[in-house]
Design a protein around this ligand. Sequence first.
Ligand code: ADP
Ligand code: UDP
Length: 238
Amino acid sequence: MPAGQLLYEGKAKQIYETENEKELLMKYKDDATAFDGQKKGVIQDKGIVNNRVTNLLFRLLEIEGIETHLIKQIDDRNSLVKNLQIIPVEVVTRNVVAGSLAQRIGKEEGFPLPTPIIELYYKNDDLHDPMINEYHARAMGWATDEQLKAIQGQALKINKVLQKLFDSINIILVDFKLEFGIYEGRVILADEISPDTCRLWDRDSFEKLDKDRFRRNLGQEAEAYQEVAKRIETALSK
Ligand code: ADP
Ligand code: UDP
């Protein structure tokens, strides 16, 4: 599908220019990486699932009043999005202790948090995405006060919308990562929300239905990703 020039090749997606400079074509790949790119692999049809899941979730979020970059899905792997100036701050929201938080605070994975935690990371592969706080983001000029407020407010609202959806399909939304960008002066949701960027546990079996299957060599990654897409589609078709 891509007809324009390749502008950027990331770990999970390629970004192409379009005839309209305000729009980009985003192509989702099957490539998977973990641990700062040290572990590399392929999850079959991951690109198709992540494109579908992201667009379903972004449409739901739009209905709930969250503006996203999505213009339209072009085909199974490609979507047209607004060309944003990405804010280089990754926003992680957590409902249950897992991953790097479990290590940092010395608590078992699975501890439910009474209130969500928001963490900020500087999006910089060379520096291994270090954790930062609002003061770093402000002082370095990565985001203004107003933008930081908007980002965190949106992250909490997105968390509520997604928790409700995942709850209805028997999945625990453990944590997830968001990216935001600026478009015509507004801070809007960018990138993707998929099993690559969330931790999703089946509520009955606690089976992992996300990228941790790849990170931890648990196998059946493709099946887990498909299962998430199937459950979301079923919930949203009702
Ligand atoms: P990475 O850059 O971390 O390897 P990807 O392979 O997912 O990640 O690449 C997608 C890139 O596109 C990311 O750098 C992301 O910040 C950027 N991006 C996401 N949405 C938009 C958008 N709407 N406009 C411009 N850039 C975007
Ligand atoms: N995450 C992500 N991209 C990153 C880092 C984290 O999508 O570059 C997601 C990750 O999948 C998880 C959440 O953010 O859902 C929190 O990740 P954590 O800080 O525990 O880091 P990790 O275990 O990935 O090192």
